[in-house]
Design a protein around this ligand. Structure first.
Ligand SMILES: Nc1ncnc2c1ncn2[C@@H]1O[C@H](COP(=O)(O)OP(=O)(O)O)[C@@H](O)[C@H]1O
Ligand SMILES: [Mg+2]
Length: 428
């Protein structure tokens, strides 16, 4: 057993479940030999930026893919390896990483790039934290690159959160505009494939770039990713079949490696809290539910109260009814009753329809157009992509909505809860 006590027995851990829990932490960057199932992607990214290691100009590349498909991990991994290989060839290569979901303006991004560069060198000039504009940060960036680097890989993660794409043009034109002689290779990362179109509209050909698409992991890849971190647990703690189950559940829902690892960790914590000596399939199931509620809450965190009430209304229809899909009208009627419960003025049916469409966009619901027969015209049918009780739980986590009935209560009392005026016969 690897005990990490720092030499002081006071801090000796006797964790019966976890051995190296840090392997399961969200921010944990796995060692090279723990990265699995992304060999082709690693090769592809390396092929775009790799010229740097030979003193040649790299290609820019955009990576698209859903969350948890290894985009950030693989980008950093390849960039660091390129840097090492370049150094082996006596080429001074820097790696810069900016999370644009935090640095979401050009000024913030350039400031972080400048500060990041300064940290990696002995550049003496002061870089002000505030009170100066984008142009001044660019000056520092060009200055440091010119003085200290032959090449640099710039990773702009979650680039779709950036309010404009000028920085892509600045970086790709820097040499041409004689700002610096250093080669600059940009790796842009986006969770949204839709960003691709807006990018084309916003930039010109100077940011010539290749595109890569990372696909969700399948069950066997997720299994391997988790197997590679089995030593997060004490020996023999994970029961047979637990990793397989976790991988199967995650692959079915989203193929997100981060979520799969989170479920495994949550299952371990559950086992520990309940005094169990092993982690069982049951723990995985329960952990998966918690993770799913968290996921829904995350997805809907930016949504309006009405969008949440609309989701709750659809969940309520499904829980109390005997169908999986409901018409906009049916959801609306339920929604109006629920608004009364929480003393909120309802929006119009058309407004609610738009909210539902937005939720469909987030991947929480699916809406499908159905012909209602010649006389009735076509209408939309909405279904939940997840278990309705997860929606109810996630929505009730909003402090202003915590008084809504729980899913158990909905089941007991039927559709009458929050729905006094609606005639049930209209639901069939
Ligand atoms: N191929 C992989 N091998 C091992 N761990 C992985 C792999 N892909 C993702 N992970 C784990 O999942 C987490 C999420 O991956 P990340 O690269 O942040 O995904 P994305 O940027 O696409 O959202 C990482 O921190 C890492 O721990
Ligand atoms: Mg990422």
């Amino acid at each position: 057993m690897a005990e990490q006590t720092g030499g002081d027995p006071l801090f000796e851990s006797h964790d019966p479940i976890f051995n190296r829990k840090e392997l399961l932490h969200v921010g944990h960057v796995p060692d090279e030999d723990r990265i699995v199932g992304r060999d082709d992607e690693i090769q592809s990214v390396a092929a775009e930026v790799g010229a740097i290691t030979r003193g040649d100009p790299p290609n820019n590349v955009m990576i698209y893919g859903k969350t948890g498909t290894g985009k950030s991990l693989i980008s950093r991994h390849v960039a660091t390896r390129a840097q090492d290989a370049a150094r082996g060839n006596d080429i001074d290569c820097g790696v810069l990483y900016v999370d644009c979901s935090e640095a979401n303006t050009e000024t913030r991004t350039t400031r972080q790039l400048a500060l990041n560069l300064k940290e990696q060198t002995d550049y003496q000039q002061n870089i002000p934290l505030r009170g100066v504009g984008t142009m001044e940060y660019y000056q520092h960036i060009w200055g440091i690159l010119e003085a200290c680097f032959d090449a640099v890989v710039v990773i702009l993660d979650e680039i779709d959160k950036l309010d404009n794409s000028n920085i892509l043009m600045q970086l790709s034109r820097a040499r041409e505009a004689q700002k610096t002689d250093a080669y600059i290779g940009v790796i842009g990362i986006s969770n949204k494939v839709q960003y691709r179109e807006t990018l084309d509209e916003r930039i010109d050909s100077s940011f010539g770039h290749r595109e890569l698409f990372f696909h969700p992991y399948d069950a066997s890849q997720l299994r391997e990713i988790m197997r590679n971190r089995e030593d997060a647990f004490q020996p023999d703690v994970l029961e047979d079949g637990t990793i397989e189950l976790c991988a199967a559940l995650a692959a079915k829902k989203h193929g997100d490696a981060r979520k799969a690892i989170e479920i495994l960790k949550e299952a371990g914590e559950l086992a520990r809290r309940t005094g169990s000596e092993t982690v069982s399939e049951d723990h995985i199931q329960q952990a998966q539910e918690v993770a799913e509620i968290n996921r829904i809450e995350e997805l809907t965190s930016g949504a309006t109260v009405h969008a949440k009430l609309a989701l709750y209304a659809l969940a309520s229809c499904i829980i109390t009814g005997d169908r999986e899909t409901y018409k906009t009208r049916e959801v609306y009627e339920r929604y109006v009753g629920i608004c009364e419960l929480v003393a909120t003025d309802p929006i119009t049916e058309n407004g609610l329809y738009r909210q539902l469409k937005e939720q469909a966009f987030l991947g929480v619901i699916e809406s499908e157009k159905t012909g209602g027969g010649r006389s009735q015209g076509s209408y939309l049918l909405h279904r939940l992509v997840t278990d309705p009780k997860h929606i109810v739980k996630a929505v009730r986590r909003d402090a202003s909505l915590e008084d809504l009935p729980t899913d158990d209560r909905l089941r007991e009392t039927g559709p009458s809860t929050g729905n006094r005026d609606v005639d049930l016969t209209s639901f069939s």
